[in-house]
Design a protein around this ligand. Sequence first.
Ligand code: HEM
Length: 223
Amino acid sequence: MKGFFKSSIGKKLVMSITGLFLILFLLFHMSMNIVAIISGEAYNKVCEFLGTNWYALAGTAVLALGFLFHLVYATILTIQNRKARGNDRYDNQNLPAGVEWSSKNMFVLGAIVFVGLILHLSHFWSKMMFAELAGCEGLQFGATDGAAWINYYFSQWYNVVIYLVWFVAIWFHLNHGFWSAFHTLGASNSKWIPRLKCISTWFTSIVMGGFALTVLVAFFTAK
Ligand code: HEM
């Protein structure tokens, strides 16, 4: 068993399972943000409900763990591939020359996603869940006033630009990661790969489009 997770296919399996788990989180997170467009009050009720309850904390811990595994295994796989292939570091052996740009740049895209995530957590998580846990006082808005934080950050044009650029990087990362995960899990015939690629593009566009919509609505409706 230990040997399996050290093998290349074992590592790819960890990448695909943790990747799909993170994608599910994004779907949930985007759906929750859409509530903020419809009603700030309803959104804050959801924020209150999640708050710092044990289930929200457990969810955050599992999420952080999934993210950590995804990141560590991505780094190990990338280092191994580079060592094995020198400059020709492309890993998927049997794909044609016209393969997408994003598939060759998953690690770099992942790194951009990571940097954006740190900024995002410092904007929201640190002022909300963390602030509540740490008993921080005197912040502009309350720990469960997600709607106010959204309106505050996205009334600033530079945050809108940074987030939209971040979403583009995530779009490319997910668009490849989604179908690639199913490929690793066994979907490999010539019928299913094109279908999965199509589903991947639609799914990714809907999820990232939802995030972009939240940001843009907040920007254009900001007082
Ligand atoms: C419109 C875009 C987004 C908005 C308005 C938004 C809003 C928020 C808010 C309000 C929180 C704090 C929740 C709390 O602590 O109670 C949060 C946490 C978080 N966000 Fe986002 N988010 C957006 C996009 C994203 C994206 C694209 C990602 C991932 C790539 C992401 C990942 C996270 C993570 C990992 C947390 C911490 C979750 C936890 O504590 O369990 N967010 N976000």
